[in-house]
Design a protein around this ligand. Structure first.
Ligand code: SF4
Length: 346
């Protein structure tokens, strides 16, 4: 991961948001093509390994114990069940397996269980990611030593708007967790939510916070609010898809080397909106039937859309390259002796 040479200011970020949409899209697409293969989309699957009964008060979240949303609390999943889901995700084409637990923070007594899960997921050849709430420096070190590749901890929104959404943990505590993750050598996944009632200026400020971190996050999930009955934001404002697309484009321009991920809210998006998000530089999606507790478009619908748009998955490329390599190897084995092989069949 290269460090972004640009320090973004609120003014320069806002300028992006105010550009004519097609100009912004063109610029985002140009930046995207400088850093990524524009045909490749990375797939991640997200599994809730501990659901509900969260003590935090995030106003959008159906898993908070403070709201009556009908989400049944479930204890931490056993290792075999998690690994069975990871195997399924791999078979379905995911290259990264993300696991989420509805906690304020993990307890030290949970760490051995989490470490065994990480070891098991890695043994399947998947990249591992967890989102478990706040981490102390020592907890981050332990997870990193177990082999965890990524840690997700979203900033959610701007520093100024944040107290309207969450009061049980501070913005600074979130930044501290990101620092512990970075110091432990894991890759940071951090993004936010569009549609909480924030202004355009707040969206710009969120992206400035992310882009100006000591290293921009490796992955930047951009979520669209899923209004869930029973949460304080159940009657949240409708979001104009163009506002969402603008946020994706600005994220791409401000964090050129990060994976920009379409996350919660894809269910409500038309195929055309998703296509415009890809044009705006989104190159990763959460894929699968469950995005924590909100529905996510069915896997086959996702694949059909990617096919329609002529996009391919990162893992598909890796697999095809591997197939081609094996094919070349098989062809060479039919030849005479080479510097690599003694052909015993001759
Ligand atoms: S977003 Fe996470 S921390 Fe906040 S209430 Fe939901 S599960 Fe808890």
């Amino acid at each position: 991961m290269t460090t972004s040479p640009v320090r973004w200011t609120q003014g320069s970020a806002l300028k992006l948001f105010n550009e004519p949409l097609l100009e912004l899209l063109f610029r985002a697409q140009t930046v995207h093509r400088e850093h990524f293969n524009p045909k490749r989309i990375q797939l991640s699957t997200l599994l809730s390994i501990k659901t509900g009964n969260c003590p935090e008060d995030c106003k959008y979240c159906p898993q908070s114990a403070r709201y009556h949303t009908g989400v049944a609390g479930e204890p931490l999943m056993d290792i075999e069940t998690v690994l069975a889901e990871a195997r399924r995700a791999k078979e379905a084409g995911a290259s990264r397996f993300c696991m989420g637990a509805a906690w304020k923070n993990p307890k030290d007594r949970d760490l051995p269980h989490l470490e065994r899960i990480i070891t098991g997921v890695k043994a399947l050849g998947l990249e591992s990611c967890m989102t478990l709430g706040m981490l102390s420096a020592h907890q981050a070190q332990r997870l990193a030593q177990a082999g965890l590749d990524y840690y997700n901890h979203n900033l959610d929104t701007s520093r100024d708007f944040y107290p309207h959404i969450i009061t049980t943990r501070s913005y600074q505590e979130r930044l501290d967790t990101l620092e512990h993750v970075r110091e432990a050598g894991m890759k940071v996944c951090s993004g936010g939510i569009v549609g909480l009632g924030e202004s355009v200026s707040d969206r710009a400020a969120l992206l400035v916070e992310l882009a100006n971190l000591p290293e921009p996050p490796h992955s930047v999930p951009i979520n669209m609010l899923v209004s869930v009955a029973g949460t304080p934001l159940e009657n949240g404002p409708d979001i104009d898809p163009f506002d969402f697309i603008r946020t994706v484009a600005a994220a791409r321009i401000m964090m050129p080397t990060s994976y920009v991920r379409l996350s919660a809210g894809r269910e409500q998006m038309s195929e055309q909106t998703q296509a415009m998000c890809f044009m705006a530089g989104a190159n990763s999606i959460f894929y699968g039937c469950r995005l924590l507790t909100t529905p996510n478009p069915e896997k086959n619908r996702d694949l059909a859309l990617l096919e329609k748009l002529g996009l391919e998955t990162e893992r598909g490329d890796v697999k095809r390259e591997e197939d081609e390599r094996l094919h070349r190897l098989a062809a060479r084995q039919k030849e005479a002796d080479t510097e690599l092989y003694y052909n015993a069949a001759r």
